[in-house]
Design a protein around this ligand. Structure first.
Ligand SMILES: Nc1ncnc2c1ncn2[C@@H]1O[C@H](COP(=O)(O)OP(=O)(O)O)[C@@H](O)[C@H]1O
Ligand SMILES: [Mg+2]
Length: 244
């Protein structure tokens, strides 16, 4: 069964059309990379899939495991296992890392999770991502470096175990060591039951997370699809060389 299918999608934000006839199929178990110039509509696509209310679906459909999700609220989509890691994670003063992640885990599972069980898993994931435990009681993202924010996006992903992960420029602002840790975190989640869309500008992420396919967006839709050779030609000739 195809996990995520985007069909002829047109999306507008603030009255401006950002996606136009965008189609993409990510079968269950596959990781697809999406590349494209700044302002091409990559984050808008991720937001539209997650259900952000500012991104209005004008035409087309988004199917998850065969059913349309466009009429579902963002939290209903999250409960289906759709997870979006933000390009610019929000700072939440007064909301601790532990409380924020616990609320998300409980919303996802619809069940109370015992504190013992929760902290055991949280510490396990934090250790895996080389995050100091003192972060547990800090306000979410407040005063975090760019790289730390990205690491916490992956921490949420490890805790939530999504079936569809949308990662928006998870590699921006990461040094080489942090990039490896984030990639290892992601790779530990790869499975036949999870599909993922990796939005990135850089080949270096795709050395660590090898995608099953690569797509380039231009003019609001996919202009080229291929494998890693497409990334190499982009790095040589820029986006114009592939027709954006
Ligand atoms: N919330 C928003 N309000 C107004 N304009 C937006 C908003 N989100 C995106 N846009 C506009 O839509 C276009 C696509 O943006 P975006 O999806 O962020 O591109 P990308 O992620 O590919 O760089 C840009 O022109 C951007 O300014
Ligand atoms: Mg973006």
């Amino acid at each position: 069964m195809s996990a995520l299918e985007i069909k002829e999608l047109s999306v507008s934000v603030e009255g401006k059309v950002v996606l136009h006839g965008f189609s993409l199929l990510i079968p269950s178990g596959e990781v697809h990379a999406l590349m494209g110039p700044n302002g091409a509509g990559k984050s808008s696509l991720a937001n539209a899939i997650a259900g952000h209310p500012s991104y209005k679906i004008e035409r087309g459909d988004i199917l998850f495991n065969g059913s349309s999700i466009v009429d579902l609220l963002p939290d209903e989509r999250a409960r289906l296992g759709i997870f979006l890691s933000f390009q610019y994670p929000a700072e939440l003063p007064g909301v601790s890392v532990a409380n924020f992640i616990r609320a998300a885990v409980e919303a996802r599972s619809k069940e109370h999770v015992s504190a013992t069980e929760f902290y055991k898993k949280l510490y396990e994931c934090m250790d895996f991502l080389h995050i100091d435990r003192s972060f547990t009681s800090r306000s979410m993202n407040v005063g975090f470096s760019g790289g730390e924010k990205k690491r916490f996006e992956i921490l949420q992903m490890l805790m939530l175990r999504p079936t569809c992960a949308l990662l928006d420029e998870i590699d921006s602002g990461l040094d080489v060591d942090a990039l490896k840790i984030v990639a290892e975190g992601f790779n530990s989640m790869r499975s036949a039951g999870m599909s993922a869309l990796l939005i990135t500008h850089y080949r270096r992420l795709l050395h660590h997370i090898v995608p099953d396919a690569v797509h380039v967006i231009g003019g609001g839709h996919v202009v080229r699809s291929g494998g890693l050779e497409l990334v190499d030609s982009l790095e040589r000739g820029g986006y114009q060389s592939v027709g954006t």
